[in-house]
Ligand binder design. Structure first.
Ligand SMILES: [Zn+2]
Length: 579
């Protein structure tokens, strides 16, 4: 080393240590608003994985360290949260929700977990009886296997319980719906009604509508339903925030249905009621990207771009779902070789739209479920990157239920985010008896390939697709670890080679999720300067058996330095002072 160089090094060391002592002094002088201590903190920060305490000031984290270090930040008015040795994690992000729809669902008939037609009828009837003045009975959450070999419900099943009011029920995945005779009559759906574009009116052998409606055919009925008022929507959102916080969710990426309500979220922010950070995508419908759409996207991005509400993303859909044979597959479906699904976009128009969106710096979320749709999304992203010379634009593919082996490494190669919803993989009857039969054994061998994507350098982002499934991430984490149902079926897990580790599952809902929303510099892990979003859990995920993750309970949720949720058991714990 020559003299000059050595000097430079030494002086740099001197400056560095001087700067370090300065920050230490400055830090000790800073007082925390809140200290969370006596905790087992898993930070998700690779530089400092574990800690005991966290100091918070304003909306952000001041320091993370051992209890003694953090004690130095305590002032006369500092609030202290004794975590009583419980596990603390960063608050969770749900990378794929339809928040308004999920929130409104909390006010409708909930068909989740209804396993027989009788159970569905009972719930519909009870709800209708307790809401005698509602002109329409609406709900969601029905599952295909409940209806036997056809996997589709009929209008008669609803007519039997509600003949005099229109009834409209959306399937758990949002891709099919179900109307009673009254609703069909009001919509004017009869033998002569043509199928709408991207939709199908299911008919019997005489050509009469059965009551089941696929994809866009549901709009024929939906458009007649009275729209919820502004006040009803605000009330629903408050319920939605509470539900999300209760499960430890502090940030969502909205994949459609919320763009038109940005002002409602803003209103709730102003009144101090927004407790779930919102990244809201503009929903782009085919056949093309119009200048009007671009104007709306640009205006939203300009107006909303902070840590609480932001635009800047675009969601579009390339296809439907496997169960209804509406996902676009290469070749054809295993159980019906006459079908291969359909792309919602003309491939060239889609590529053009993606290139323009990418050029403007928006982030793209493409729903692609069939292996053909997934491939087209990659092709379009690759083409956009080449045309625009962009890098680190982080386009996303949502769902990725089926994919060819040769496309899996493209996540890593092109920097495309793999946005999965682990609970969709739940190996229940719907997955094994409907989904797997339609997809066929070859596609099944690469069903929801989390581990393969990871191994080939791709980045995972996890979510729920609420209201398709619960907004609680814990059944999703359990599935990511086990690929088993709540009952532990099948033994050893379904396609077990695609299971992932607990650390990686947490990452998918925290730092990985933040990366997938372009916010990893300020969110996703517990470290100084990042947002003070954290959760205290009842059970130590690192100690319990993977199936028990399902019943994980969130004790406390903090968002932006404020406690926004405390469970009843936590309130008791605090009162008794016992662990
Ligand atoms: Zn969705």
């Amino acid at each position: 080393m020559n003299k000059l160089k050595r000097c430079a090094v030494i002086s740099r060391i001197v400056i560095l240590s001087f700067a370090l002592s300065l920050t230490l002094v400055a830090r000790a002088a800073e007082t925390a608003d809140t200290i969370v201590t006596n905790a087992k903190v898993y930070t998700v920060n690779p530089q400092q994985k574990w800690a005991e305490a966290i100091a918070v000031r304003g909306e952000n984290i001041l320091a993370v360290g051992d209890a003694k270090q953090i004690e130095a930040y305590r002032g006369a008015s500092t609030k202290v949260i004794d975590a009583k040795g419980h596990l603390v994690l960063p608050g969770f992000t749900d990378c794929h929700v339809h928040f308004m729809s999920g929130s409104l669902g909390l006010t409708q008939v909930d068909l989740n977990g209804a396993n027989t037609v009788e159970e569905i009828q009972k719930r519909v009837k009870e709800y209708a009886a307790s809401h005698p003045n509602l002109p329409w009975i609406t709900g969601m959450g029905w599952q295909y296997p409940v209806f036997g070999p056809t996997a589709l419900p009929t209008k008669k099943m609803l007519d039997d319980v509600i003949p005099d009011r229109p009834v409209y029920m959306v399937a758990y995945d949002g891709h099919s719906s179900w109307a009673n005779s009254k609703a069909l009559a009001m919509a004017g759906i009869d033998q002569n009604t043509p199928d709408p574009p991207n939709g199908k009116i299911v008919r019997d052998s005489k050509g009469e509508a059965t009551g089941a409606l696929k994809e866009a055919a549901g709009d024929l009925v939906e458009r007649l339903m009275p729209k919820p008022t502004r006040e009803e929507r605000l009330a629903a959102l408050r319920k939605g925030f509470h539900q999300a916080n209760q499960f430890g969710v502090v940030r969502v990426h909205s994949a459609g249905g919320d763009f038109g309500y940005l002002d409602l979220y803003d209103e709730l922010r102003k009144s101090g009621e927004l407790t779930v950070r919102q990244y809201i995508a503009y929903f782009l419908d085919p056949p093309e990207l119009t200048s009007e759409a671009i104007e709306k996207m640009e205006a939203a991005r300009k107006k909303y771009n902070d840590a609480w509400i932001s635009g800047g993303a675009v969601k579009t859909m390339l296809d439907g779902v496997i169960e209804a044979h509406t996902a676009a597959v290469l070749g054809n479906y295993a159980d019906d070789t006459t079908q291969s699904g359909k792309l919602f976009w003309d491939p060239d128009k889609y590529k053009q739209a993606i290139t323009e969106i990418d050029k403007r710096g928006f982030q793209i979320f493409t729903h692609a479920i069939g292996d053909r749709a997934v491939r087209l999304a990659f092709d379009a992203y690759e083409n956009a990157q080449k045309t625009n010379h962009t890098s680190d634009d982080r386009p996303r593919i949502e769902h990725i239920e089926t994919i060819t082996a040769q496309d899996i490494p493209r996540f890593g190669k092109l920097g495309v985010i793999a946005s999965f919803q682990p609970l969709h993989t739940d190996p229940n009857d719907d997955t094994l008896k409907v989904w797997a039969v339609a997809a066929g054994p070859d596609r099944v061998s690469r069903a929801w390939p989390w581990r393969s994507v990871e191994k080939s350098g791709g980045k995972l982002a996890f979510g729920s697709d609420w209201p398709v499934v619960t907004v609680s991430p814990w059944p999703g984490v359990q599935n990511a670890l086990t690929r088993q149902t709540a009952e532990g079926e099948p033994a050893g897990g379904w396609i077990p080679q695609e299971r992932i580790s607990l650390e990686d599952a947490i990452q998918g809902y925290t730092l990985g999720a933040a990366f997938a929303g372009r916010r990893e510099k300020t969110e996703g892990s517990l470290e100084p300067g990042k947002v003070a979003d954290l959760i205290i859990l009842s059970k130590d995920l690192f100690k319990i058996e993977p199936p028990d993750v399902l019943n994980e309970e969130v004790l406390v949720t903090m968002v932006g330095g404020k406690v926004v949720y405390e469970s009843a058991s936590w309130t008791n714990l605090k009162a008794t002072g016992t662990n």
